[in-house]
Design a binder for this molecule. Sequence first.
Ligand SMILES: Nc1nc2c(ncn2[C@@H]2O[C@H](COP(=O)(O)OP(=O)(O)OP(=O)(O)O)[C@@H](O)[C@H]2O)c(=O)[nH]1
Ligand SMILES: [Mg+2]
Length: 229
Amino acid sequence: MSYNYLFKVVAIGDSGVGKTSLITRYVDDTFVPKAIPTIGVDFKLKDVMIDDKIVRLQIWDTAGQERYRMQLSSSIYKNANAFILVFDLTSKKSIKELEYYFGEIQNNCDEDSLIIVVGNKCDLPDQVENVQEEIDSIFKEQVQNFSKTSAKDGTNVKNIFEMIAEKLKERKLQKNKNKNKNKNKNNQNPNQNTNENESENESGNETNNSVVLSNDNSKQNKKTKKTCC
Ligand SMILES: Nc1nc2c(ncn2[C@@H]2O[C@H](COP(=O)(O)OP(=O)(O)OP(=O)(O)O)[C@@H](O)[C@H]2O)c(=O)[nH]1
Ligand SMILES: [Mg+2]
């Protein structure tokens, strides 16, 4: 089936936090109680209908085990439109690991990638740790909040992915609109038409504070980036 928009979304985080489970819950609506650790990378496709347009999410699932880290080459990060940084609400260690992955994103990702932080396994309330302090210290003011999900019972999973699809589509439209405006300016032809994919607005409209969005951090860190894709 054809689509109107294609976006690359990458799930990263420590081993066992539930990346594969979240993706499987979203794409296939199933849950495997004893999932096998991912080796290398894998991806699944999911189409979302937004305002009569088909948005195709290409969702990359990465291995969290340390021995595969070096294999997570910059190609995984390259051209990613969004990152889902996953940690396990019941594991302080997995929160510490976010620091590493956040650094990798900043060093390798595109300037305006969307970053969403997700605390998974909220179906285990007795074991959930108080993590806000750690989150604040890792992300500073770049991230105000994080979303709690459960791949097991499905809490928030669909919301997260669909919010990402919506935001990315909005951004794409804005980008194209701006591009078109500039083109018109350069051509000094204000009557030049914009088509459907060359309209709307991009960032600056991110008013949904319930989820972590932190593209500005990439801009700040751009100055110190060694490589850029
Ligand atoms: N209770 C509960 N268990 C979960 C949840 N999500 C995942 N799990 C379990 O946690 C374990 C690890 O899940 P995975 O999805 O394989 O974790 P992963 O992040 O993909 O791990 P790697 O592939 O090694 O990086 C599995 O046994 C899952 O069944 C959840 O929301 N709640
Ligand atoms: Mg996995």
